[in-house]
Design a protein around this ligand. Structure first.
Ligand code: ATP
Ligand code: LTN
Length: 335
């Protein structure tokens, strides 16, 4: 599956640090299957990144296989794109080290994710958590992508990667292609159903809808979703004053393809009692085939192994080419 047509290249990854949730799906993942028709795509499981926070080994193995099955179940056909596990392609760690030396302490200190995660895991503020964006820059630059589709929270890391490209190319010439973040207009930041001012996150189960949740659990979570305390109780998109309702409208718009205006009209005069279960139903129907297919694929271990082995082989070939070029430019002796 060589990129003989000179298609634009796209790359993204998700950490197998827990079960996928609606934010991961509606933000980036849902858009990826359309992209494999148009671009030469690389999608990987960022397992090296997960150990910036302590992981239980058996759980990490299970989460990684489940994420791979979910990628495929969401429509990433391994025949049409390269699916791989980051730790299978050793060039990521190698280029990650190199880029550590081209990222500045000051810029790494400004990363919101570092500040958030170090506040949350005060007992384990390790060096990896701090230099994480350099490994992420390596993930990206090994494949020289044009676009990196992510959720809004990752924009800052892609910007840092762009700074590294500018600095590195400024010293050594045009080694890396400048990647662009690619962020969806609707759904790039899905909020927790219980706390509409924090983003839905794998690590905060409260208010988080998982892709593999049972329909009855999804229905319950939506029925209990926080809306707002105003007396008006009307379904109107107003993120500032009605963040809970705005979040539900965004979710409903993302899964049904309806516009905010159409949704407001649909629920005019009906209040939240009708709206919340309707959003729950729409989400249940969107996730049902994904859950069923993930469960089916998880039973076919041999198939999943063949997918990640083929993926690693293809990815390594491209990654090695970039790494060789980088080593040569830096002045390392070639083998
Ligand atoms: P953690 O809670 O462990 O930080 P996470 O839920 O933020 O994990 P990641 O693996 O860091 O998930 O993110 C995978 C992808 O999903 C990234 O592109 C990220 O931008 C996107 N993403 C994560 N949370 C949301 C969200 N609430 N809304 C939209 N996109 C999201
Ligand atoms: N940092 C991302 C996951 C990630 C990624 C990447 C995304 C690691 N490497 C390269 C895009 C491109 C996260 O935590 N969501």
């Amino acid at each position: 599956m060589e990129n003989t047509e000179n298609k634009k290249v796209m790359l993204s990854g998700i950490q197998p640090s827990g079960a996928l949730h609606l934010g991961n799906y509606l933000g980036p993942l849902r858009h990826w299957p359309k992209m494999i028709e148009e671009f030469d795509c690389y999608f990987f499981l960022a397992d090296l990144h997960t150990i910036t926070v302590r992981q239980e080994p058996a759980a990490l193995r299970q989460q990684t296989m489940t994420l791979l099955a979910s990628y495929i179940a969401c429509g990433l056909d391994p025949e049409k794109c390269t699916l791989f596990i980051q730790s299978h392609v050793h060039q990521h760690a190698e280029l990650g080290w190199v880029l550590n030396c081209y990222a500045m302490f000051g810029e790494l200190s400004r990363m919101t994710q570092f500040k958030d995660k170090s506040a949350k895991h005060q007992e384990n503020v390790n060096g990896g958590l701090f230099t994480y964006p350099c490994l992420m820059a390596a993930d990206i630059l090994l494949y020289q992508p044009d676009f990196v589709p992510v959720g809004e929270d990752q924009r800052q890391h892609v910007e840092l990667c762009r700074n590294i490209v500018q600095r590195f190319n400024g010293i050594y010439g045009e080694v890396f292609k400048m990647p662009e973040p690619y962020i969806a207009k609707v759904g790039a930041r899905i909020m927790s159903l219980n706390m509409p001012d924090s983003k839905m996150s794998k690590s905060i189960p409260d208010g988080c809808v998982y892709l593999l949740d049972k329909p009855e659990d999804i229905a319950r979570k939506f029925k209990r979703a926080v809306t707002d305390s105003d007396t008006e109780r009307c379904v109107r998109y107003d993120p500032e004053n009605k963040p809970g309702v705005a979040n539900l409208i965004t979710i409903y718009a993302s899964v049904t393809g309806k516009s905010y205006g159409e949704i407001e009209a649909e629920f005019e005069g009906k209040g939240y009692g009708a709206f919340k279960p309707a959003v729950g139903e729409a989400v249940i129907e969107t996730l049902r085939p994904i859950r069923e297919e993930t469960e089916r694929l998880l039973k076919d271990r041999a198939y999943l192994e063949s997918v990640y082995r083929n993926g690693a082989e293809r990815a390594s070939y491209v990654a090695e080419r970039t790494l060789r070029k980088v080593y040569k430019k830096i002045g390392f002796i070639q083998k």
